[in-house]
Write a protein that binds this ligand. Structure first.
Ligand SMILES: [Zn+2]
Ligand SMILES: [Zn+2]
Length: 146
């Protein structure tokens, strides 16, 4: 089974455990989230669901994403100057690389993060429970256009 299928199954299970019904429209939203590697916005999920479910509204997508966030099945990336983006592949804190031009968002593999967390705890005495780590820059595609 591929990763998107596993994620889709996990999201469906979590919704059922929380007494949410799995409608065909809801399943379509889950599929977009499970399959998207690019951290879609609510608007982009809407654009992908709409062709097959013409009665879908932006509000419906918002509601579904909010539910998924509440049950820990989607990670919300908040940006003050832009619309929020969502990660349905990795619904837990992890670093992101954000292109300031085209708004592409990737998940880099950062091996040093565990050491960094340990160091922070040692230095501050905090118990670290969450983190937000965003790196901003210009992606190779946008660099090539310059
Ligand atoms: Zn870019
Ligand atoms: Zn991510």
């Amino acid at each position: 089974m591929s990763d998107p299928e596993i994620r889709l199954r996990k999201m469906v299970e979590a919704l059922r455990e929380n007494q949410y019904r799995i409608t065909p429209q809801r399943l379509a939203i889950l599929k977009v989230l499970a399959e998207s590697k690019g951290h879609p916005s609510v608007e982009s999920i809407y654009a992908q669901v709409k062709p097959n479910f013409p009665t879908t509204s932006l509000a419906t997508i918002y509601k579904n994403v909010t539910v998924l966030k509440e049950i820990g099945q989607v990670l919300e990336l908040g940006f003050s100057d832009d619309s929020n983006r969502y990660d349905g592949n990795k619904p837990y804190d992890h670093p992101h690389v954000v292109c300031v031009r085209c708004k592409k968002i990737l998940d880099p593999d950062v091996a040093a993060l565990k050491d960094m967390t340990q160091e922070l705890m040692r230095e501050t005495g905090f118990t670290i429970t969450r983190h937000r780590l965003d790196f901003f820059g210009i992606c190779p595609d946008c660099q090539a256009k310059e």
